[in-house]
Ligand binder design. Structure first.
Ligand SMILES: Cc1cc2nc3c(=O)[nH]c(=O)nc-3n(C[C@H](O)[C@H](O)[C@H](O)COP(=O)(O)OP(=O)(O)OC[C@H]3O[C@@H](n4cnc5c(N)ncnc54)[C@H](O)[C@@H]3O)c2cc1C
Length: 467
């Protein structure tokens, strides 16, 4: 039986009637009614989006018997445009099988605007690597696992969410989700609607849940990627190798990449400050990779926004954002898969605890004090540091030359890999830190002296919009 407003109101009326009546003391009927209602009723949680954040949230809710979990995914074979790089800790923490990881990258070739190349990776242990995945494979695996745990998955586009005016104060008010369900042979889809008690917005950068709850805007990068099938001989170079190119030709504020996948490479770039020129930057990254991808066949072209920072509001009433919908992508690296999975799992774990076996609904304040506080404490400093690094090292060619030179340092490589692979900074040495500061200043001076000046572009609208 579904937990409807009518049944809640009905039981509340019955309970009130008895508590105010001459039957006070003879509580057995009230208790019987209550316990029957608790057995029958289940609060319904809707997870909108079946990417890493949604799937990892849904699998936690689904394991709680007192909660009914529904996951909406508009396209079950969705291939999210993405480089697909994941840190080693995600493989263990989220029990991702090796079959989901296409390539284990153990070396990174970092290329400066002047073409100086630095080979990164010698500090890695034999069992350490960056995982390279195809999102259509990884997302399906995570989603299927949530379904195995008991989540109901509906292949449908959520088109509207009706938010009741009293949703922050009345835990009996429910959200109405309207959707268009995929049906074989029907181009338009079949319309449907559902009432739910709590919504997890895991629907990515163009989140409809964020819009419905008035979460506010964030600035975003546009990222572009071509999947290019290259010959086996050329693919051999990328066996365990990924490449990162920096320079104003490939991006005025980000980097271009060549990431190896199962039988092809993903070649891409991104920018916030000059989005209209994205195709020009994409051509430049293809040119910079040059002979290494020459003769390759473009098998897929994809583009998608990447959020630059958190949404102004991540929870409203019983609507809660995770992953890209919340804005959890780091600057500098553009990493978001791990943070999506982690935030989905963390939000769900905290909410399940607050729901006490499905006997109550959490308030906005409950969720802010648990999920948000915990997430911000764990990852706030990471976002802040990477934001500063991006501002210092990606803003002009002089700084980019300095960045590449600094990455020659084994100490920098060690600290960078430790923080990326394990999401923690370990083994820092104050003396080395001091030496590093000196080296940074030296590299910046040298970089500025030797760098080619950045090309001037005029895009005041987007440059100034940057927050
Ligand atoms: C080109 C590019 C390269 C990137 N490279 C990397 C990388 O190498 N490593 C990394 O860590 N991060 C990378 N990122 C970032 C990463 O892709 C995201 O941070 C991550 O996918 C966020 O996961 P998510 O589950 O929050 O959202 P998404 O992965 O966007 O998933 C949202 C899901 O919701 C579904 N959906 C959306 N709207 C609706 C709706 N109305 N109804 C029903 N379903 C809906 C979508 O179909 C999708 O499956 C890259 C991003 C881009 C664009």
């Amino acid at each position: 039986m579904k937990f409807t407003l009518v049944t809640v109101a009905g039981f509340a009326t019955v309970a009130n009637a008895f508590s105010n009546s001459a039957f006070m003391g003879k509580t057995s009927i009230t208790q019987a009614a209550k316990s029957t209602s608790q057995l029958d009723m289940k609060y319904k949680v809707a997870v909108v989006g079946g990417g890493p954040s949604g799937a990892c949230a849904a699998e936690i809710f689904a394991q709680e018997k007192g909660i009914e979990t529904v996951m909406f995914e508009r396209k079950l074979d969705n291939a999210k445009p993405c480089g697909g790089a994941i840190p080693l800790c995600m493989v263990g923490e989220f029990k991702i099988p090796e079959t989901v990881v296409d390539r284990k990258v153990r070396r990174m070739n970092l290329v400066s605007p002047n073409g100086v190349e630095v080979d990164i990776g010698s500090t890695l242990q034999a069992d350490e690597y960056i995982g390279m995945c195809r999102r259509e494979i990884m997302d399906k695996y995570l989603r299927d696992r949530a379904i195995e745990y008991g989540a109901e998955c509906i292949q449908a586009l959520v088109t509207n969410i009706d938010v009741p005016a009293d949703h922050k104060t009345n835990d009996k008010s429910r959200y109405t989700i309207s959707y268009s369900e995929f049906k074989e042979g029907s181009a338009a889809g079949v319309p449907g609607s559902m009432e739910v008690d709590l919504i997890i917005g895991a629907d990515g950068a163009n989140s409809r849940v964020a819009k419905a709850m008035d979460a506010g805007q964030y600035n975003f990068a546009i990222a572009f990627q071509e999947r290019i099938k290259i010959s086996d001989e050329k693919m051999a170079f990328y066996e365990e190798m990924a490449e990162m190119y920096v320079g104003d030709d490939v991006s005025p504020d980000f980097y271009g990449w060549v990431f190896p996948k199962y039988d092809h490479v993903g070649v891409g770039t991104g920018t916030v400050v000059n989005r209209p020129a994205i195709k020009q930057y994409q051509k430049a990254i293809r040119d910079r990779a040059g002979d290494k991808i020459a003769g390759g066949k473009i098998i897929k072209v994809e583009a998608h926004p990447i959020p630059e920072h958190y949404r102004p509001r991540r929870i409203q009433g019983r609507m809660c954002l995770v992953g890209d919908a919340a804005g959890y992508v780091t600057k500098c690296s553009g990493e978001g898969i791990y943070f999506a999975a982690k935030s989905g799992r963390m939000a769900a774990e905290e909410i399940v605890k607050l729901m006490e076996g499905g006997t109550r609904l959490p308030t906005q304040e409950d969720m802010e004090k648990t999920y948000l506080a915990k997430y911000d404490k764990a990852y706030g400093p990471t976002y802040a540091v990477l934001d500063i690094l991006q501002k210092v090292f990606y803003s002009n060619n002089g700084a980019r030359e300095a960045f590449v030179e600094l990455c020659n340092s084994k100490y920098v490589q060690q600290v960078t890999f430790d923080s990326y692979l394990y999401k923690r900074v370990q083994g820092n040495n104050p003396l080395d830190d001091l030496k590093l500061l000196g080296e940074t200043i030296g590299c910046l001076i040298k970089g500025y002296a030797n760098a080619k000046p950045d090309a001037v572009f005029s895009n005041p609208v987007e440059s100034q919009k940057r927050l």
